[in-house]
Design a protein around this ligand. Sequence first.
Ligand code: PMP
Length: 414
Amino acid sequence: MEHIANITTGLDIAQIRKDFPILQQQVHGKPLVYFDNGATTQKPQVVIDAEARYYEEYNSNVHRGVHHLSQVATDAYEKARHIVAGYINAAHSHEIIFTKGTTDGINLVANTMSRRFLKAGDSVIISSMEHHSNIVPWQIACEEAGATLKVIPITEKGELRMDVYESMLDDTVKMVAVTYVSNTLGTVNPVQDIIALAHARNIPVLIDAAQAIQHISIDVQALQPDFLVFSGHKIYGPTGTGVLYGTTEWLNKLPPYQGGGDMIKTVTFAKTIYNELPYKFEAGTPNIAGSIALGTAIEYLQQIGLPEIQQREEALMAYAMQELRKIDGIRFIGDAKNRSGVISFLVHNIHPFDMGELLDQQGIAVRTGHHCTEPLMDLFQVPGTVRASLTFYNTKEEIDKLVAGVKRAASMLL
Ligand code: PMP
C-alpha cells in the first residue's frame, strides 16, 4: 500500500504495478516513468494473456463455423460485447459496434451520416479543442455534402464558450461532435449540457470519449449521447480495437459503412439484404483476439473499481499541479476548472522537443508536440507543448521525478 498523506486510497498500487510487466523495465538505465498514458496506456498481464490464449487455444473465425472452435471464439467475442455494454450501461449489446479505434468510429459515423443526412446548406458543429480525428472526418463529410463546419470557441483557460455554442444551434445544424475530455488541455467538457441543448432541437450528438472512458464513469442511458466512441488501447486494452456506441434508432437509420462478409443477410448480384445490428457495421473478419482482450481489460478495470481509480487520479493530478506550479517559468496550456488526466505545459521559451528529449534521458516518457490538435496550438500560439498524462498506476514518487527532471532539463537548456 502506498501511504501518502493526500494520495492514499484503498488501492494497493505497489501490487497493481506488478500487473503491468512493462512498468518493471529500465529506460536509459533508469526505472521507466511513464507519463504518456494519453497516447496509450500500458497493458496488464491478464490482457496480454487473453490475447495469447485466443491464438493458443481457440483461434477460429466468428459467426461462421458450426465447429467447436468457431463457437468458442464467437461466444468469447460476443461476451466481450456484453462486457462493454455493461461498462457504459448500454440498453442493448447490439448498440456496441467493434471498431479499430476512436478514429475508425468517428469516420464510420461521419461517412454514413453525411451520405444520408447532410446536404448543401447544412452544418456540423465541433469544438476548438478536437483531436484531428474529430475534425478531418467532418471536414471531408461537409466538403462532399456542401455543408459548413462550425467550431465552438474556447476561453483562455481552455473551457468551451457554452454561450456561443447555444447561439450556434440553428436549423442548419445536423450534427454536434465534441470531445468529452481534451487530450491536450485535459478539460472535461460539460457534455450533459451539450447533449441536452442539441437534443432540444433534435440534433444528434457524438461524444469522443477517447480520453474519458478510462477516467470517468459513463452511463450512456443517463448521458444520452446518440453516438459515443473510444479506443481500446487507451483503456488498457490492445491497439487496433475500439468501440462505437450508437442508439438502436440511429444505427438503424444509418446506411452501412463498409460492405463485405458478416454485414450481410443475403447477397445476390441484383441486391444485398444487410445484416441486423451490430453486424451491419462489422464487415469482414474483425480483430477477434483484440476485442476479447478489450473485454478482459474492462473487467480488470472493474475489479480495481472505477470510483477508486477516479479518486486516486484526482489526487495525483492535484499533487502534480501543485508541484509543477512551483517550477520557475512554467506556463500551463489550459487551466480549466474541471480537468482530468492531462497536464500540458511549457517552461520559459524551451522548445517542447528539447524538454522531452532530456526527460527521456532520465527515463521519463512524456509527449511533446501538437498532440494531433494543430488548430488548438495555433489558437494558443505555441508550436506544441510538453504533455504529462497520468493514470492510476502512476505514483507520487514518479511525479517528484518528473518535477525534478523538468527542473534539471530547464537548468541545462536555459
Ligand atoms: N480523440 C481523442 C480525444 C484522442 O485523445 C485520440 C488519441 N490521441 C483520438 C481521438 C484518436 O484515437 P485513436 O488514434 O486511437 O483512433
